[in-house]
Design a protein. Structure first.
Length: 90
């Protein structure tokens, strides 16, 4: 695979999280390596909010061989669908 090629594109469910918890989900894919570029975003047109009304987003916490960890940046979030694109670094 050449640099810039898509290794994987997936839509995954980030589960709801309770008080004191940050939601997280692991995304797996053949060929993912630590140096790859990963883009993650919440899918949908409605502004996602926590149970107390704060806006939230998702971020890539880590990229390792075969897996990417996606987390919410706020606690007490509802379930959302996240689009994840992994672009080959080499």
């Amino acid at each position: 695979m050449a640099a810039g090629d898509n290794r994987t594109y997936k839509s995954v469910v980030l589960p709801a999280s309770g008080p004191g918890e940050f939601a997280e989900v692991d995304v797996t894919g053949t060929g993912i390596i630590a140096g790859d570029l990963v883009v993650a975003s919440i899918r949908g047109t409605t502004r996602p909010v926590t149970s107390v009304g704060d806006s939230f987003n998702v971020y890539v916490e880590s990229v390792a061989t075969g897996t990417v960890k996606i987390k919410s940046n706020k606690m007490q979030t509802p379930q959302v669908t996240v689009n994840v694109v992994v672009v080959a670094s080499a």
